[in-house]
Write a new protein. Structure first.
Length: 256
C-alpha cells in the first residue's frame, strides 16, 4: 500500500531491502560454490579448512526496524551462519546447537593447526564440537554494542540498555525463545520473570569482568627470570586465560 502523498510505504522500503539482501546472499552462495569447486578441482580441498560465517545482520524491517538500532540485540541480527568444513574432522550434515561466538574462530583454528593456545583472546576452542561432541563450550553467548549488551543463555535472550538511552528509565528485554522464537512478548517487566532477569544480569556482569584484560606491572622485563611466571601480552595486559589461572594458583588474587 502506497501513502497518500505518493511516496512508498515502510513496507515497500522493507521489501526493496530484502530483495537486495537476498540478491547479495545469492551472489555470495555462487562465489562460495565456485571456491569449493576450485578446491576440489585442484586437490587443495583435502588440506584446506573452510568456514562460512558472517558479521551481524540488519533488521531490514523486522520488528519495524530499518537497520540495527537501538542495538545489536535480537536473534534476527545476532544469529549468523557458522558452517565449518575441516578435512578428516567434520562430517557432512552434522548439526550442533550449542552456543558459540564468532570470536571462537581464532582459537579453534590455532587448535586445529597444532599451534599454541591464544591466551589473550575471549574465544573458545570449538574442536570438540566440530568432532561431533555436544558438551557446551560456554554457558552463555554475548553480543556487544556501546550502550547495550545482549545475552543468550539457555532458551533466554536478555538485553541490557543503559538508562541514559531512555531518559533514565529502566528499559530492557527478555524473551523465552522456546515459546516465543520471534521475540514478540517482552517479559522483562513481568514479575514472574524477575529471577531470570537477575540471573541474566549477573551472567552479563561476570562476562564483562571476565573479558576485560587488566594492565599490570608484572611480569619483569626478562620473562624467563620472572619468579611469578605472570603471562601478559605485548601490550602489558594480562592473558585472559593464563593470568587469572596463575593468580588463583599462587593465591595472588589482589591487585596493587
Amino acid at each position: 500500500m502506497r501513502r497518500a502523498d505518493g511516496r512508498g510505504s515502510f513496507e515497500d522500503a522493507a521489501r526493496r531491502l530484502w530483495r537486495g539482501y537476498l540478491g547479495c546472499i545469492t551472489h555470495v552462495d555462487h562465489a562460495l560454490g565456485a571456491l569449493l569447486d576450485h578446491l576440489d578441482r585442484t586437490g587443495l580441498a583435502a588440506n584446506t579448512i573452510v568456514i562460512y560465517h558472517s558479521d551481524h545482520g540488519g533488521y531490514s524491517g523486522t520488528h519495524g526496524i530499518v537497520e540495527k538500532a537501538p542495538g545489536i540485540c535480537s536473534e534476527a541480527v545476532c544469529r549468523v551462519p557458522f558452517l565449518w568444513r575441516v578435512p578428516g574432522f567434520t562430517r557432512p550434515g552434522d548439526v550442533c546447537r550449542q552456543l558459540v561466538e564468532n570470536v571462537d574462530i581464532a582459537p579453534t583454528l590455532a587448535s586445529l593447526c597444532g599451534l599454541p593456545p591464544m591466551n589473550t583472546v575471549d574465544g573458545r576452542d570449538l574442536s570438540p564440537l566440530l568432532a561431533g561432541g555436544d558438551a557446551p563450550v560456554r554457558d552463555a553467548a554475548a553480543t556487544e554494542n556501546p550502550w547495550s549488551k545482549a545475552l543468550r543463555w539457555k532458551h533466554w535472550r536478555f538485553v541490557h540498555y543503559q538508562p541514559e538511552m531512555f531518559g533514565g528509565r529502566d528499559v530492557g528485554e527478555l524473551y523465552n525463545l522456546a515459546r516465543d522464537p520471534d521475540e514478540t512478548r517482552n517479559l522483562y517487566a513481568d514479575p514472574r520473570s524477575r529471577s531470570t532477569v537477575h540471573r541474566c544480569r549477573r551472567l552479563l556482569l561476570e562476562w564483562l569482568i571476565r573479558t576485560t584484560r587488566v594492565t599490570t606491572v608484572w611480569p619483569a622485563l626478562d620473562w624467563s627470570k620472572d619468579p611469578y611466571d605472570y603471562a601478559t601480552a605485548g601490550d602489558g595486559k594480562e592473558s585472559n586465560a593464563a593470568g587469572p589461572a596463575r593468580r588463583v594458583l599462587k593465591r595472588q588474587l589482589n591487585y596493587i
